[in-house]
Design a protein around this ligand. Structure first.
Ligand code: COA
Length: 264
């Protein structure tokens, strides 16, 4: 049995990746992280065969995206064990962050601690009006462990990240939207339809170009602007002479709708 499942869309080129541990509000223990890693490898093959062009990450059940790293499993770790657990989480979240196609976090309910960190490793986040975000770790006597100190600061700025992390205060969907942690908030029963609409829109665009945009944005983010724009130059160049570039530009010039993009 795996704690992470894949649900393919009926007609779009995207799949759900579902964290499946509802009895613990989808809390991340070492087995869930192992299964997440294996599932990403499986999905990578689907990308290579152009079966999927986007992923939606969600939690099982109505109540929670992911309620954090597993506190019961962490309680008796020694420093070496904690470092290894942190590295396991960071390694798999880095793999998710650099996954070749876009990954949307659809946050329905709790995204606390490791859940907020998982959502932040995705390309962007949308959530239900019932969602709750936070890094409550200092209230448990620890720091965030799966990238929270780094990704939250990059997403919402160091001042806001420090305030949220030092106070361990959880925030509701409207505040997450205001500070830029999520892109949009939906009524709970509309969240996944909205995620699917976004995934379908992404999947309908030229996949080589979309993947190149993701790579350029991710790689450029850590570089000074003069080096960062070089990432874009390479991304831009990689699209030319592809069939999709010829078709996309040709259709515009011929004033017709382009054919579905073929990924070559
Ligand atoms: N680690 C391990 N187990 C967790 C968990 C976590 N992070 N979050 C929830 N669970 C478990 C609970 O222990 C409980 O298990 P039980 O039924 O065997 O007792 C089950 O999930 C349901 O949680 P419960 O607390 O009863 O639900 P609730 O609706 O009353 O509260 C939360 C929900 C999310 C507010 C609460 O579970 C919570 O505060 N969880 C921890 C959040 C956190 O600090 N995360 C960061 C960890 S570093």
């Amino acid at each position: 049995m795996s704690f992470v499942s894949i649900l393919d869309s009926d007609n779009g080129k995207f799949s759900y990746l579902i964290i499946e541990r509802p009895e613990a509000l989808n809390a991340l223990n070492a087995n869930v992280l192992r299964d997440l890693d294996m599932t990403l490898e499986h999905l990578r093959r689907d990308v290579e065969q152009d079966r999927i062009r986007c992923i939606i990450v969600r939690g099982a059940g109505e109540k929670s995206f992911v309620a954090g790293a597993d506190i019961a499993q962490m309680k008796d770790l020694d420093p070496a064990g904690a470092e290894a657990f942190g590295k396991q989480g960071n390694d798999v979240f880095l793999k998710l962050e650099s996954f070749p196609v876009p990954v949307i976090a659809a946050v329905g309910g709790y995204a606390l601690g490791g859940g907020c960190e998982l959502a932040m490793a995705c390309d962007f986040r949308i959530c239900s009006d019932t969602a709750l975000f936070g890094q409550p770790e200092v209230g448990l006597g620890i720091t965030p462990g799966f990238g929270g100190t780094q990704r939250l600061a990059r997403l919402v700025g160091p001042g806001m990240a420090k305030q949220l992390i030092y106070t361990a205060r959880n925030i509701k969907a409207d505040e997450a939207l205001r500070i830029g942690l999520v892109n949009a908030v939906y009524p709970a029963d509309e969240l996944y339809a909205a995620a699917e609409k976004l995934a379908s829109a992404i999947a309908a665009n030229a996949p080589i170009a979309v993947r190149a945009c993701k790579k350029a944005i991710n790689e450029g983010a850590a570089l000074p602007i003069d080096k960062a724009v070089e990432c874009e130059e390479k991304a831009f160049a990689s699209c030319f002479r592809t069939a999709d570039q010829q078709e996309g530009m040709g259709a515009f010039l011929e004033k017709r709708k382009h054919e579905p993009f073929a990924n070559h």
